[in-house]
Design a protein around this ligand. Structure first.
Ligand code: G3P
Ligand code: MG
Length: 249
């Protein structure tokens, strides 16, 4: 069976080259030949779905400002590029509807990570994702995987969209990894590479495709491929030293 996602997936876009989770980052991915991207989506105070990894604006040098206290208008004024490099000054935050449109236009695949905002209800975030236009079209084209560390969130997705492929995310994966798969059957398992032993990798691979984050160097990538890992999320998913290790397309 062929897999949905390739062996190298852009982490937060192409986070080594452009500000994470932004439109300019997605366009840079396309220029660099990256076929699938992982992006984080979280909930803002007015119910907007914004492409952000964090629940504060600390990354943008405003540590006390919380996303849960902001609306789309306020978020649109945030400079999401300058912190990365002055070259990207003025790059706005991206919203889920815009991200889906752009991924579709660029002809890419999307691993959408539902990032729980601890200040706000999980249900509102998941229901917002479920209601977002364009995700069904991506899924119909085999260009969507939805993932989360919050497996109850994934069960809520499965209840409405049983056809959407789900990635169960783990940090500190252990031998009890199956126990949290309640209310959904994952398409794939996504875990940090640091805690993935050979035995765990073999156990997971006996049932599901397996992906690791965040892998930026060829030595780690090779070690994981040798363990049977199907692919990795990388800040440099375009890099020739990583691509050189892939023996199958
Ligand atoms: O989805 C893989 C990876 O992005 C999970 O960790 O913290 O970078 O969102 P994080
Ligand atoms: Mg992520």
């Amino acid at each position: 069976m062929s897999l949905l996602m390739p062996a190298l997936i852009g982490h937060r876009g192409v986070a080594s080259e452009a500000p994470e989770n932004t439109a300019i980052g997605l366009k840079r991915c396309k220029q660099l030949g990256i076929k699938w991207v992982e992006l984080d989506v979280t909930l803002a105070g007015d119910g907007s779905l914004v492409m952000m990894h964090d629940e504060t604006l600390e990354r943008f040098r405003k540590p006390t400002e919380r996303i849960s206290k902001m609306d789309r208008e306020a978020l649109l004024k945030v400079d999401a590029g300058e912190w990365f490099s002055p070259v990207f000054a003025g790059e706005p935050l991206l919203f889920l509807d815009q991200a889906v449109d752009l991924v579709k236009t660029l002809g890419m695949g999307l691993n959408l990570e539902i990032k729980i905002n601890p200040d706000l209800p999980v249900e509102a975030l998941v229901d917002g994702v479920l209601a977002t236009e364009g995700l069904d079209a991506l899924q119909h084209g085999d260009r969507l995987v939805v993932s989360s560390f919050d497996h109850q969130a994934l069960a809520r997705v499965a209840a409405s969209k049983p056809e959407w492929p789900l990635g169960a995310l783990y940090e500190g994966v252990n031998a009890q990894w199956r126990d949290s798969l309640v209310g959904f059957t994952p398409y794939s398992i996504h875990t940090d590479f640091e805690t993935l032993t050979d035995d765990l990798a073999a156990d997971i691979r006996s049932e599901y495709p397996l992906y690791c984050y965040t892998v930026n160097d060829p030595i780690t990538f090779k070690r994981l491929l040798d363990k049977g890992v199907n692919g990795v999320f990388s800040d440099r998913a375009h890099a020739p030293d990583l691509h050189a290790l892939i023996t199958h397309p």
